[in-house]
Design a protein around this ligand. Sequence first.
Ligand code: FES
Length: 148
Amino acid sequence: MESKVFEPKIVAFCCNYCAYAAADLSGSMRIQYPPNVRIIKTPCTGRLEVQFLMRAFEKGADGVLVAGCLEGGCHFIEGNLFAKKRVNYTRNMLAELGLEEERLRMVNVSASMGRPFTELITDMIETVRKLGPSPLNEVERPESKVQS
Ligand code: FES
């Protein structure tokens, strides 16, 4: 019998300015990273609410990455600092729910950090791979059943 290898699903919320530009640059540089990541572009990480992060987990993400501009470099002044607080708050919530807080991480990059961005993504994937599937994905929900 064939055993299935766990491939973590990672959702990466990337701010429109530095983080998305870094992801774009890594693509232009043809730097490859595993295809486990789904990037969601946001105007600024400061736009992210706690419920968006939790919703990603509810919808099946094994890990969530928030990528914003370097501290002091946010195009909306303090958006990434607000995001940092929300990410820390959400990490505490995850721990209370019995999920490992390492499943949620915030990183800060500049638009020129194509290769470091790729390394951060790869490191996140490997961290979550070691943790295994999200316990939330093991709970069968009525809406997850396919209707025919
Ligand atoms: Fe990048 Fe605010 S614009 S984090």
